[in-house]
Design a protein around this ligand. Structure first.
Ligand code: ADP
Length: 468
């Protein structure tokens, strides 16, 4: 309604000023036309006295007789002392009297005078012109006109303007009310939907036709609820997956403790059972750590933490130092081709974690006597990290799922290797939040190669390959 009132106010003001302007212009045009016609009449009378010696009553009457009817309300001819020599008015004849009309006084000072007003539906005009004899005003001619025909024209024009303006105003008021009502109805619909979604009804969609701003808001809102629905489903899935994953080691612990309590076992077997309980507890700890890491990787506030220059090659060396014992225990060879100064603007821990998870997987899912080869290099735009192994590979139908949480190709093998199905989801989250991309190329039974790319931050150093 506020918008509607604003439209009405603006329109009324515009129409008001348009009316004033058009009325003023019309009157001005009429006044100018009247001025011109009155000048012609005055000129005609004044020029009739050219060549005479002096202005007398007889002469004035003679001239006016010759000129005849002039279609004016009143015409006066005066001498230089404002005394009326001729007066066309029969009812208020002023012949012989002194007149002190402003126009007469000014004309006797040598000026051409014209005044015009529009009053009571008539155009009332008066004008005077001096009669010059020997370069001096010897008298003047004064004309006054009361023109109701022209006044009627002005009155009709103004009335028409006003009438059309009122019709326009009413039309605009009606349109404003209709638009405001439909606009507010649609707004109410959006608000109602927002409240429903706030109450948790994420599947609710706003049905809105048209292509205005409100439709855009409704479409954006629908997309938002879609995202909410998806993220809620993902969250539910995550909680159910996580609880399922936690259930297995907990069930093992329960089984082992029950066995210890119920059976009368020898010290050696008991030690074995307790050690199994310890292993399950370790698995739980690792899973809890990975869950924490995953939630930190998704934390948008942490994403804004300050970035620093990280040398990817250096991080590979640190990871190697930590994973050599694991590789040795599994008889897997770790090699690398690391170019110097492969710097990226990133968070050091993220880069470390990405490399660690990929290399650890390369070792875990390998065969005895196999190898993991890491390459780091850069082009002008990007730093490229590849982790290639000669391991078991990933079946083609599983490649699309490996970045999903808790996904494992071979559950038994992953469990045996201490996996939880979270390592690659963490890698994916970290790569994305560091503006990178990750690709995987795998052949079953012959090996897997992960390629990660980050934007390159040039330090201007020379590239120098080094073998580790
Ligand atoms: P996990 O903790 O089980 O290793 P990941 O998320 O790291 O979980 O990996 C998901 C699954 O992808 C693994 O269970 C494994 O089956 C498969 N995978 C990951 N990396 C490799 C690799 N280098 N070679 C073969 N399979 C792999």
């Amino acid at each position: 309604m506020r918008n509607a009132l604003a439209y009405m106010l603006i329109t009324s003001l515009v129409l008001f000023f348009l009316n004033i302007y058009s009325a003023g212009t019309t009157r001005q045009m009429m006044f100018q036309a009247k001025h011109a016609s009155q000048q012609d009449k005055l000129q005609l009378v004044v020029s009739s006295f050219s060549g005479v010696d002096s202005l007398t009553k007889e002469m004035a009457e003679q001239v006016m007789n010759v000129l005849g009817e002039m279609n004016v309300t009143r015409i006066l001819i005066t001498d230089a002392q404002s005394r009326v020599l001729y007066d066309s008015s029969q009812t208020r004849n002023a012949a012989g009297r002194i007149v002190l009309f402003e126009e007469v006084v000014q004309a006797l000072q040598g000026m051409d005078v014209f005044h015009c007003i529009y009053s009571s539906g008539a155009l009332i005009s008066s004008g005077a012109m001096p009669v010059m004899l020997r370069d001096k005003p010897a008298g003047c001619v004064y004309i006054t006109e009361y023109d109701s025909d022209q006044g009627q024209i002005i009155a009709n024009l103004e009335l028409n303007f006003l009438r059309y303006s009122l019709i326009l105003l009413i039309a605009i008021i009606l349109c404003s009310i209709v638009f405001s009502l439909t606009g507010s109805r649609r707004m109410q619909k959006i608000l109602r939907s927002m409240r429903m979604v706030r109450e948790g009804e994420y599947s609710h969609k706003i049905q809105m036709r048209g292509n205005d701003e409100l439709t855009t808001i409704a479409n954006e809102f629908n997309k938002l609820t879609d995202r909410l629905q998806q993220s809620e489903a993902a969250q539910r899935q995550f909680v159910s997956d996580a609880s399922h994953e936690l259930k297995t080691p907990l069930a093992s612990i329960k089984l082992l403790t029950d066995s210890i309590l119920q059976n009368d076992m020898d010290a050696g077997t008991m030690r074995e059972f307790v050690s199994d309980i310890g292993n399950e507890a370790d698995r739980l700890t690792r899973m809890a750590q990975k869950l924490l890491r995953l939630s930190r990787a998704e934390d948008t506030q942490l994403q804004q933490q300050e970035h620093e220059l990280v040398d990817v090659g250096e991080k590979v060396s640190s990871v190697f130092r930590l994973l050599v014992p694991l590789a040795d225990s599994m008889n897997v060879e770790l090699t690398g081709s690391l170019a110097r100064a492969c710097t990226v603007l990133s968070i050091e821990d993220d880069i470390y974690q990405i490399i660690f998870n990929l290399v650890e997987n390369g070792i875990k899912y390998n065969r005895s006597g196999g190898s993991v080869h890491v390459t780091v290099g850069h082009t002008e735009e990007e730093v490229q990290l590849t982790v290639a192994d000669t391991g078991v590979g990933i079946p083609p139908d599983a490649v699309g799922h490996i970045f999903e949480r808790f996904y494992r190709v071979d559950k038994a093998r992953s469990r045996q290797a201490g996996g939880s199905g979270l390592g690659l989801s963490i890698v994916h989250e970290l790569v994305v939040r560091n503006y990178g991309t990750i690709e995987v190329d795998s052949k079953e039974l012959s090996g897997t190669c992960f390629t990660v790319r980050f934007p390159y931050f040039d330090l201007g150093k020379e590239e120098d390959d080094a073998q580790v």
